[in-house]
Each structure stands twice: as structure tokens, then as C-alpha cells.
Design a protein around this ligand. Sequence first.
Ligand code: NDP
Ligand code: 8X3
Length: 253
Amino acid sequence: MEKIALVTGATSGIGEAIAYGLAKEGYDLIITGRRVAQLSRVAKKIQSEFKTKILSLSFDVRELNQVEHYLGSLPDKWQSIDLLVNNAGLAVGLNPVQQGVVDDWERMIDTNLKGLLYVSKIVSNLMIKRGSGHIINIGSIAGKDVYPNGNVYCATKHAVDALSRGMMMDMHKHNIKVSQVCPGAVETEFSMVRFKGDSEKASNVYKGFQPLIAKDIADVVLFVAKAPSHVNISDVTVMPIAQAGVSIIDKKI
Ligand code: NDP
Ligand code: 8X3
């Protein structure tokens, strides 16, 4: 087996691009996401180009029993995970707290925060047994600052920021690196999910400037993953040139 990477949320966007980039680098892959057809599309695309061995696991990171079922009983040869990319995440809705939708809040908190924890607990224990590993959390510029109506999404990404630092303290004595990559605006399915399928609202987010593409973030994740064994690039923020802060985007419209 080559080195093994587990990428959560690999069915679209940033996670898909990271999986592709890691395959190109020679990693074998465990890819996850809820959408079975999308997972199979990604696996086929990668395997049409590379000799990558792929284990596709379709589960919901919010469901502890599903996470434990799939990751707690991995076939022996897939347990030696060298790299975990905690990417699965989402924003749902954009409202002031007083008009917040509780179900939206729960989807964000359960996915971005609890899901990341459920996956990390199991995988970090596998890494600790082997005495090495690397965990890269996909945070956000929304984990460094807040914007109007972004309240709960920003809170979950601030939590990822805190967790990344806390996990680094827990893991470094086990020779496990923990890093965080924090993107600014990247054009993916993110805004379609946030606006619940309203394509006009979603496409407006990226109008009037050149956003990042998923590959831009994948390239940074690969750079972080490929650092020499004594180097941990612990926190990287990546924005489009038109963006100078979470809500400072120079739009030419
Ligand atoms: P996408 O919507 O394209 O991808 C999100 C991925 O997360 C999908 O693969 C989705 O898979 C997976 N996912 C969501 N919920 C769950 C769940 N409950 N269980 C399992 N998998 C889940 O958006 P992005 O690629 O943009 O988002 C990836 C990460 O990047 C997120 O953490 C996001 O917060 C972060 N980010 C995005 C930015 C952007 O501007 N796009 C900027 C900063 C950070 P499926 O639906 O198949 O379950
Ligand atoms: C996604 C970036 O600014 O839309 O994390 O919240 S933002």
C-alpha cells in the first residue's frame, strides 16, 4: 500500500479536489460523503487517471453510530491512515440570530463541529497506535472573523480554529501534526447548500470578482501535507486577491 489519506466530504468542491490531488501524489484514499452516486463518480474519475486504491464510505458525519460503524472497523490494510483531512462541512442559511432556524443551526454545529470530533477521535487513536500521522482541518476565514448574519456558521468555524490548536497540543507528543487551512471565498456547491438550492442567490455570491477554485485550496493542502517530517505548517489562510477580510470583497459590480 502507498500512504493512505482519509478525506471527508470528498463528493464535491474542495474535498473532491483534495482527493484528486492526493491521488496524483500517490496516496491511496478513503473518501467519504453522504451522496453515494457522487462518491462513485469521484472514485471512477480518480481511478481512470491514477492507480489509486480507493475505499468509498458513504455515511453522515453527524451520526456517531455511523462514524463508529464505518471508521471503527476499517479493514486492517486501511487502518494505517497517514493523513486525515477533515473537510466535510457546510453553511445553512444567513439570518440574524433572532430569525435563526434552529434546524439550520443544528445542521452546522453537528456537521462542522461534532462530525469533525467524531471522525478525529477514531482516526487519531489509529495514528497514536502507529506513532505518526497528520490531521488537516479545513477551517475558514469565517473562523478568524465574523460577518453580519454569519453568526452560527462563523461560530462553528471559530470552534474549528480553537479545536485545531487544542488538537495540536494533544497530538504533538504522539508525533502527529495538526494543521488548519482556512479558505476565503471558493466557488463550490457551498453557496447552493447555504441558500438551499436557490441558484440565483448562490451565483450572486461569486459575481463581480474572481473567487478561488477548489484546486487552489487542494494545492495548499498538498503543500502542507508534503512539508518535511519535522515541519508543521499549523495555520494557513488563503483568500482570492479581491478579498481582504471575511466581508471585504472588492466587487466590480
Ligand atoms: P461543498 O458543498 O462543495 O462540499 C461539502 C462537502 O461536505 C460535500 O462533499 C458534502 O458531502 C460534505 N458533507 C456535508 N455535510 C455532510 C455530512 N453531514 N456528512 C458527511 N459529509 C458531509 O462545499 P466546499 O467544498 O466549499 O466545502 C468544504 C469545506 O470547506 C467545508 O468545511 C466548508 O465550510 C469549507 N469552506 C468553504 C469555503 C467556500 O467558500 N466554499 C470557504 C471556507 C471554508 P455530501 O453532501 O455528499 O454528504
Ligand atoms: C466560507 C466562507 O465567508 O462564505 O467559509 O463564510 S464565508
